[in-house]
Design a protein around this ligand. Structure first.
Ligand SMILES: NC(=O)c1ccc[n+]([C@@H]2O[C@H](COP(=O)([O-])OP(=O)(O)OC[C@H]3O[C@@H](n4cnc5c(N)ncnc54)[C@H](OP(=O)(O)O)[C@@H]3O)[C@@H](O)[C@H]2O)c1
Length: 159
């Protein structure tokens, strides 16, 4: 079962220059608590931007050259169909970015865990796919403010 987890601005902003745009430590805690002990699947740019394997999770990276990553804590695939066949089953797995993986997996996802950041004043070069509200039931998990940023955690379940 596929879940996407992402923090996005009001226009779907995800990142710029291979970095996150906003600094919200409490949201990183939410990300950690939600993904802990699950498989996390990411693209190579997101792996580079994190810079290491995330502890207490099965880390899976998609990239064209599997020799680029030499880390016993990371499973690397260069074929997305093989990754899906081997890694996705009834257990919840998390797609943790970036834009290219969200775009590919959005139509396959059963759930979206979105941090909706009430800001649109920062430039971005990558965006989350456009969400068709008719396809999802939404549940607000919590609403917060940190570093002068209002944001909500919202769980989208596919209807
Ligand atoms: N706001 C958030 O919640 C959030 C979360 C995660 C990331 N981000 C942001 O998203 C940005 C990165 O997104 P991105 O789209 O540039 O990169 P990405 O999705 O992390 O990685 C893209 C790379 O993954 C590999 N890849 C993707 N599809 C593949 C396929 N079918 N087969 C083989 N390899 C494949 C390719 O690597 P190679 O071509 O190099 O092999 C591709 O260049 C950064 O700004 C990051 O900060 C934001």
């Amino acid at each position: 079962m596929i879940s996407l987890i992402a923090a996005i601005g009001q226009n779907g902003e995800l990142g710029k220059n291979n970095k996150l745009i906003w600094n919200i430590p409490s949201d990183l805690k939410f990300f950690k608590n939600t993904t802990l002990n699950h498989k996390v699947i990411m693209g190579y740019n997101t792996y580079l931007s994190i810079g290491r394997a995330l502890p207490n999770r099965d880390n899976i990276v998609l990239c064209h050259d599997i020799n680029l990553i030499n880390d016993e804590h990371i499973k690397v695939y260069n074929n997305i169909d093989e990754l899906i066949a081997k890694e996705i089953d009834d257990e919840e797995v998390f797609i943790i970015g970036g834009a290219s993986l969200y775009k590919y997996f959005y139509p396959l996802a059963s759930k979206l865990y979105l941090t909706l950041i009430e800001k649109s004043d920062r430039e971005a070069d990558v965006y989350f796919p456009k969400i068709d509200d008719n396809l999802w039931n939404k549940e607000i998990i919590d609403e917060n403010n940190e570093n002068d940023i209002n944001y909500k955690h919202v769980l989208y379940r596919r209807k």
